[in-house]
Every structure is written in structure tokens, then in C-alpha cells.
Design a protein. Structure first.
Length: 761
């Protein structure tokens, strides 16, 4: 939201007051409070008829400093984000007319003795960002009688801003206006299903605004050298999070707001959907499953979309008996084919649903102030919205999920949760509707995730969720929403996904082939490559079935190859997933997260790293041409064995690929344990029969190994000195076949012992 008219003037009808000086302060072990009036105090008379900001400084975690700015001290209203507040003891000093408050390596500095108010955030006495004199604002809109609190944090020359959730606008957010307000707007606009009030920059820090309601950002827009954020109300709280690397920033942020849960290994395999408005029954479903098996395309999950229930009855949790007369038997028949089952649901109860009257009578829905159910026709006729602030409503909703899981359902696609009302909306616990709008998705997805935890345990819990807010990363996986079957939308999806993954989320997916349109065979094949090199992979569409034989024979070949390639890589991918679970660093990540020293990598949004060691550059055109960037070092395309020796300043590569290949490159010293014969994503990784070494440099190199439950088993250790290799694979059940990728050649060696020395000719 903009408050100024150009750089100098205030917009008509607005009054902006700024803290002028630190008039007084109180120092305690775990917090410091400063009092800053809106003019400088020269005599006692100046203390009358004057507003003041109370600024409280805290540290919930090491290297994180919280600033809460309050005008009027209002009674708190919920809901609030769940914060892991460890209440760090602050190191406070007063020196040279300055009050310094330190947590870890990060310090907030406040000038004293009538000097102009500002906050300087420093590390090793070097400023990383600052709230300059006049940046903070207590704002009254006399036209609307609304009140706002504002902060502006300075940007350095060349500083780039990332994150703020799933954003399909340009990857670097400088110059954009962003409102943190969940909307069901597709993947082709400035609206987003997943808005997160957290950003990070390439200067070693991030900023989290601790407000579930709408946070309005002006990012190098209203003031081109600052990030401005504002909220409606009388207080504003934010946390500056020091890294210094992008990975460390995300580790610290997710320690504060929650680490991603570890999805089960099977969830990384291919998911196939009925699609949305297509006709389907048990016969159709089994035809698809059998068709995949007949064509030797491994499948791990079958998903039933909306019409497993009758239309106009969503959500009833009741199978359409005309199409699925024996749902329990059908689910068993699917399980007998070694597949998991996911079903679609949402938090809305249509008026025709068997559940509406129950929810209405028991008070389980969001209400109007007159006591009636809050209803509209925007999705299903006369739908009510489950009130997840009511514990009895939560258990009522969960009971139907328990029934489905007892029947044989393994996972749920938690769709919707964005269009949550704010006008004349009343919650059971009195929650503020403005705060609940975004926070609703947290309560909704938590309720569903908790049922799976209860019924299956933490090793089996996974969702396929669309909406999200801060903390929702604890309930993976999230997918990118309703995209189009076009190359521009494919690129939009990746850009939005990378932005989302920079916002504290570990795992992400998207509708392979696009959702809204009929896909061409060309885009289906190219999107299949990309989709099966994403953390999670699902075919889904609106008006057509997304089975590969609907397109052409080559689509079947492409699907088979890239599914098998992903399954072969599962020992590597699941180890990376465990690291994501523990650290908060996403499995898919922008290139600059792995190469923060390479300034050329900071703008890349059409390629990404998959874990620490693999670079992926999807192809976004019918010609099969691709231009991508490689940082300095040795790289090998694991599909073609093409070798690249890149100088330290990096290099752009232009290439052409058929549908069976694309840039999938292992960086030097990559150690990949692989099983090309895998039939599912969940298998014994310790029995993987192949070990690939890529461009090993002299020295000792380790690769952690996990089992298919995410347990760290030990290390594969590779030593190299000239042409001599020392191979230690004692952590594995059997010695694997060794493939040494050395420039353009591959040496294949059958190991006979767990620890061997090998000399290359």
C-alpha cells in the first residue's frame, strides 16, 4: 500500500507520524523497550498532546532480532503464527551515544541523546539493512478512519529481493507491489494461493513480518531504495534473520516457524489423476492403472479427483455409488497392484451434502453475525465453510477422514482454502476474520495432516495441498495450482515454485501437462521431463485424461524413461529430502542457493538445482532448444554423458535436445547411488546396484546414505589420488557396479568387495 505522493509528499487525507528520537528505554535480559515520541522533546511541555511508538526488541533465536512497534496497546486477537520462541538472552551495550542489542552475530543499533531515530542492523559492525530516520510510520487515513503501521528497510545497490511465497510475477521482486492475501487466481497473475510474509535478499539476511493478516509490501517501488511493509492496526512486528548464506537464512527461518515434515518415500514416485471434469468410474481407473503397467511405466499413487463424490455434494465424503459401487473392494484391488490411493477434498460443505444440516445445527460452520451460516454459491451451491476454530467441528471433519482411511485411502489432496470470507464472518473462538483469511489454510491442512499422522504414523503422512501460510511447510506436499497447457505457463509454474521454495517450504509439485487446456503431445513430453525432475510428480488435468498414450507413442517412451530415471535416483533424492526435513533448505532450489558467490546465478529462474549436486534446465519451446548457465567447474549430463569443463567465471550453453533428453547435469565430485531397475520409489536403497562417480577431484569425498524410511545409515567414501581410487561401500548391503565418469569416458568396474582400491589405466 502506498502512502506517499512521490518522494517528498504525503498522499491527500493521510497523516504520517514518525519516531523522532529515543526518549527513554528499559533494558532487561531478554528484551529491551524503547520509547520514541513523534517529535523531539526539548522541555516538559513537549510531552503533552503527542503520540509515541513503543518499540520492543527481542530475540526468539540466535541471529534473529525481533522489532515490535506499537502505537496504541490493544488487546491481542488471534489467530497467531506458531513461533518457536526460545527467548534468547540479549547482549546489550551503551556506547558512543548508541544502544546496541545483539543476538549471535546480528546487532540492532539505536542512537541516543536526541539523535535522529533509526535502527541500524549490523554484522561485525557492517550494516546489512537499516530503518532510516522517517522510515517507520504511524499512519491515519482521515478519508476512511483506518490506521496503519509502516516500516521501511533499506536496500543496498545491487540488492535483490526474493520470496514472499508462491509468486508468478518476476522472480526478483524489486519494483513490485505485493499483498499477502491468499486468492484462487491461477498461476498467471499477481495473485497467489500461498502468500508468505517473508523475504530474503542476496545481502545475507531475511525479514519475516509476524502477521497472519494482509501485509502490504512495496518492494523498491514506492521508495526505490527500500522494502516497505505495512499492516492495518496499531502495531507491527518483524524479525530480521541473519544468514549469511541463503541456506543459513532459510535454516534459521524454518527453525523459527517450523521444519518441513519428511514425506514418505513412495510419495516421490509418479502420481496419476483421474483429472477433474472427465468421466470416470472404477472401470476407467483400472484401465489407466493397467495401461501404465502394460506399458512398463512405474506408478506409485492413483488420485481420485472431485467426482469420486457426486456433483453439488462436495464435500460429502461419500463415494458416488453409481460409478463406484464397491469402493472398499476397489481400493483393495488398487492396493493389490502395489499402489497408494489419494482422494480429493476441500473444507466446504455444499447445501445438498448429507453433512450440511448436521454442521448447521451443531454450529460447525463460519457464521454471520446474525447466527446464520455464512454461505455462497461460488464453488458449490449454498456451501458452508467448516470452522476449524471449533474443536468439535475439527473432530467431526476428522471422523469422516478416519472412515476413508479405514476404507483404504492413504493420502488426501487438500484443495482450496483461499476464498475465506472476512465481511460479517464470525468464528467459534472469536478469531479476527482478517487474520483468519490466510491462517485458515494452516488449520485446515493441519487437521487433515494430523488424521494421517494418527492413522498411519509420521513415516506415512503426506498431503497434496494448494493453499498455504507461514508454518504450512510442516504439512507437505504443496502443488502449484491451476496452470495452462502452454510453455509460458510451464515457465510461470517453475518461477512461482522457486519463489515458494525460497519462502521456507521444502517440497513442491505442479500439474504435469498443465491443468486448464488440452495439451499438445509436444508440451506433454517436455512437461513430463520437468515434472519428473521435480520433488513430487503428478499428471493432472481439467478436461482430458493425462495418460501418455492419449498423445503419441513417443509420449509413452518419454514417460517411461523419466519415471525410471527418477526412481533410479531415489537414493540420492531421499537423502536430499532428509536434509530438507532437518535443515529447511528446499529439495528443489534456485541455482544461487548452491552458488551464492556467483553473481551470474542470482537472476536464473528457468533452471534449478535438485539437491546439492544436480542441475536441471527444462526446455520451454517446440524446437527443443535450451539456453542455460553453468557455474565454474566440471559438469556431466547424466543422460547423455556430455562433459563440460567450465571456467570460474561461468558459461552460457546453447543446445538442442530430443524428447528423451534434456540438461540434467551432475557437478564434479557427485556420488550417485542408483537403481535403474526400480519399480517403485520406495525400495531398499542399500541394495541399489550402481554407483556413479562424476569427475572426482583429488582428495576424499563422502556421500551420506539413507534407507527408505529416512534413517541415516552411514557414508560412502571415495578417495582419489591421481589414477588411484579407494572405494568404501561398507554401508551398502552388496558391493555395487562402479561407473567412473572421467571427462567424456565412462569406466565400468564390477566391485567384489566393500572396500577396494582401483587404478585406472
Amino acid at each position: 500500500m502506498k502512502f506517499t505522493n512521490g518522494y517528498w509528499l504525503t498522499r491527500d487525507g493521510l497523516e504520517i507520524n514518525n519516531p523522532q528520537e529515543v526518549y527513554d528505554y528499559e533494558v532487561k535480559d531478554k528484551d529491551v523497550t524503547l520509547y520514541s515520541p513523534y517529535k523531539k522533546i526539548n522541555d516538559r511541555g513537549d510531552t503533552l498532546n503527542l503520540g509515541m511508538s513503543t518499540i520492543k526488541v527481542t530475540s526468539p533465536q540466535k541471529n534473529i532480532i525481533g522489532i515490535k512497534i506499537t502505537h496504541f496497546d490493544k488487546l491481542p486477537t488471534g489467530p497467531n503464527f506458531e513461533i518457536n520462541d526460545q527467548e534468547q538472552k540479549l547482549e546489550t551495550k551503551i556506547h558512543d551515544d548508541q544502544l546496541s542489542v545483539k543476538s549471535g552475530e546480528l546487532t540492532a543499533n539505536f542512537p541516543l541523546n536526541k539523535k535522529d531515530f533509526k535502527i541500524d542492523f549490523t554484522v561485525n559492525e557492517k550494516t546489512i539493512t537499516k530503518s532510516e530516520y522517517g522510515a517507520q510510520g504511524e499512519i491515519t487515513d482521515h478519508n476512511t478512519s483506518k490506521h496503519y503501521m509502516r516500516e521501511q528497510l533499506s536496500l543496498d545497490i545491487g540488492e535483490m529481493v526474493y520470496g514472499l511465497g508462491e509468486r508468478f510475477t518476476p522472480f526478483i521482486k524489486n519494483g513490485q507491489t505485493v499483498d499477502i492475501w491468499n486468492k484462487d487466481g491461477g498461476t498467471g497473475s499477481e495473485q497467489s494461493y500461498k502468500n508468505i510474509p517473508f523475504y530474503l535478499t542476496n545481502k545475507g539476511y531475511g525479514v519475516f513480518v509476524n502477521h497472519p493478516e494482509n501485509v502490504s509490501y512495496e518492494i523498491a517501488s514506492e521508495n526505490v531504495s527500500r522494502v516497505q511493509f505495512s499492516v492495518s492496526g496499531e502495531s507491527l512486528e518483524y524479525f530480521v534473520i541473519y544468514g549469511p548464506t541463503p541456506k543459513e537464512i532459510l535454516e534459521n527461518y524454518t527453525t523459527l516457524t517450523g521444519k518441513p515434515a519428511l514425506p514418505p518415500a513412495w510419495s516421490f514416485g509418479l502420481w496419476l489423476s483421474t483429472s477433474f471434469t472427465t468421466d470416470y468410474s472404477e472401470e476407467t481407473v483400472m484401465k489407466f492403472i493397467d495401461g501404465m503397467q502394460e506399458r512398463d511405466i512405474p506408478l506409485d499413487v492413483f488420485h481420485f479427483d472431485c467426482f469420486w463424490m457426486k456433483g453439488f455434494e462436495w464435500t460429502s465424503f461419500e463415494w458416488d455409488k453409481e460409478q463406484f459401487p464397491d469402493p472398499k473392494g476397489m481400493l483393495k484391488r488398487i492396493h493389490d497392484k502395489d499402489l497408494k490411493v489419494c482422494v480429493w477434498l476441500n473444507p466446504y460443505i455444499a447445501q445438498k451434502s448429507r453433512l450440511f444440516k448436521i454442521g448447521q445445527e451443531k454450529g460447525y460452520f463460519i457464521k454471520h453475525s446474525d447466527g446464520n451460516v455464512w454461505q455462497w454459491d461460488l464453488w458449490q451451491a449454498g456451501q458452508g465453510i467448516v470452522d476449524f476454530t471449533n474443536p468439535k467441528a475439527v473432530e467431526w471433519y476428522k471422523d469422516y477422514l478416519r472412515e476413508l482411511m479405514d476404507m483404504g485411502v492413504d493420502a488426501f489432496k487438500t484443495d482450496f482454502g483461499e476464498r475465506i470470507p472476512t465481511e460479517d464472518a464470525v468464528y467459534f473462538d472469536g478469531s479476527d476474520p482478517e487474520k483468519m483469511h490466510n491462517f485458515y489454510t494452516y488449520q485446515y491442512n493441519k487437521a487433515v495432516f494430523d488424521v494421517i499422522l494418527e492413522k498411519k504414523g509420521k513415516d506415512e503422512a503426506v498431503l497434496f495441498a494448494r493453499s498455504a501460510t507461514v508454518g504450512s511447510q510442516k504439512f507437505p506436499v504443496h502443488w502449484g495450482g491451476d496452470n495452462l497447457s502452454r510453455y509460458t505457463s510451464m515457465a510461470d509454474s517453475l518461477r512461482g515454485g522457486l519463489s515458494f521454495l525460497l519462502s521456507g517450504f521444502g517440497f513442491w509439485s505442479h500439474d504435469i501437462g498443465g491443468f486448464e487446456d488440452n495439451a499438445t503431445a509436444d508440451i506433454y513430453k517436455r512437461w513430463t521431463q520437468f515434472g519428473l525432475l521435480s520433488s513430487h510428480s503428478r499428471y493432472h488435468g481439467n478436461i482430458e485424461y493425462r495418460v501418455p498414450w492419449n498423445y503419441d507413442d513417443e509420449a509413452v517412451d518419454v514417460t517411461r524413461k523419466f519415471v525410471k530415471n527418477k526412481l533410479a535416483l531415489m537414493p540420492y533424492l531421499y537423502n536430499a529430502a532428509v536434509d530438507t526435513h532437518k535443515s529447511g533448505v528446499p529439495l528443489m532450489r534456485p541455482v544461487f542457493m548452491e552458488f551464492p558467490e556467483d553473481e551470474n546465478s542470482y537472476r536464473l529462474d528457468t533452471q534449478y538445482m535438485l539437491g546439492n549436486n544436480l542441475m536441471v534446465a527444462p526446455i520451454f519451446n517446440e524446437q527443443g532448444s535450451v539456453k542455460y548457465y553453468l557455474p565454474g567447474g566440471q559438469w556431466t549430463n547424466i543422460l547423455t554423458n556430455q562433459y563440460y569443463d567450465i571456467q570460474d567465471n561461468g558459461q552460457w550453453i546453447n543446445e538442442q535436445y530430443d524428447y528423451l533428453n534434456l540438461p540434467l547435469l551432475a557437478r564434479e565430485n557427485s556420488i550417485l547411488l542408483m537403481n535403474p531397475e526400480a519399480k517403485h520409489a520406495n525400495y531398499d536403497y542399500l541394495n541399489a546396484p550402481e554407483l556413479h562417480l562424476f569427475q572426482m577431484t583429488n582428495g576424499t569425498h563422502d556421500q551420506p546414505v539413507v534407507d527408505n524410511h529416512g534413517k541415516k545409515i552411514g557414508l560412502i567414501t571415495i578417495g582419489r589420488h591421481g589414477n588411484e581410487y579407494t572405494i568404501n561401500t561398507q554401508v551398502l548391503n552388496n558391493p555395487p557396479i562402479l561407473f567412473i565418469h572421467e571427462k567424456d569416458t565412462v569406466e565400468k568396474i564390477t566391485l567384489t568387495e566393500a572396500e577396494q582400491k582401483i587404478t585406472l589405466s
